[in-house]
Design a protein around this ligand. Structure first.
Ligand code: HEC
Length: 176
């Protein structure tokens, strides 16, 4: 009889012990688990974004970014272009063509500027989307261009400078 009592008691103690261990493991694992979940959902999110981040959405987002930038920001960004471009009305050509009114006009349209064959062949209209694509990496967008500029990596910088160029025009395009 005594033996039974002892072994039952032992079994109970063992059970409590296992529960405690299980609790400890559970408590330790819990934060790890939720941390993992956060990471995995972040991964899923970014996959979705890159999947849907087609060129169309990229260009829509440049329009959306206009709301969060100003032409004043753009004027600052344009200081990177000033060495080669004038933006003022009646500003002449420098190393690059005069940029007054460039948004909305055709690529390669300044008559007294000697463009590269690549830019003349490009011939597209400088829409917001077209300009955004060009400014990311000019040499990739217009292969063979003689504009020696790496590009503007930051989408906000591009949006700001595009907004600024659009305002420096006789006929700014609607930004909405
Ligand atoms: C090192 C000089 C240089 C810098 C810096 C530079 N550009 Fe240019 N850019 C050029 C040249 C040269 C061309 C003519 C390209 C060609 O004919 O292939 C050009 C062409 C352009 C065109 C096409 C204009 C047209 O009439 O079709 C745009 C738009 C333009 N640049 C915008 C910019 C902006 C915005 C920046 C600053 C973020 C910038 N560039 C910085 C040299 C430069």
């Amino acid at each position: 009889m005594n033996k039974i009592v002892v072994s039952v008691a032992f079994a109970v103690i063992l059970l409590i012990g296992i529960n405690k261990i299980a609790d400890t493991i559970y408590n330790v694992e819990k934060p790890e688990k939720s941390a993992y979940q956060v990471t995995s959902s972040t991964t899923v999110d970014s996959t979705n974004t890159s999947e849907t981040n087609s060129e169309n959405l990229e260009s829509e987002s440049i329009m959306a970014l206009f709301a969060s930038v100003s032409a004043t920001d753009g004027a600052k960004v344009f200081s990177k272009c000033k060495a080669c471009h004038s933006i003022a009305k009646d500003g002449g050509n420098k190393i690059g063509p005069a940029l007054w009114g460039v948004i909305g006009r055709n690529a390669g349209a300044v008559t007294d500027y000697k463009y590269s064959k690549a830019m003349l062949a490009h011939g597209k209209k400088w829409s917001f989307e077209e300009m955004n694509g060009f400014l990311i990496k000019p040499k990739e967008w217009v292969q063979g261009t003689k504009m020696s500029y790496a590009g503007l990596k930051d989408a906000k910088d591009r949006a700001a400078v595009i907004l600024y160029m659009n305002e420096n025009s006789d006929n700014p395009l609607p930004v909405q």
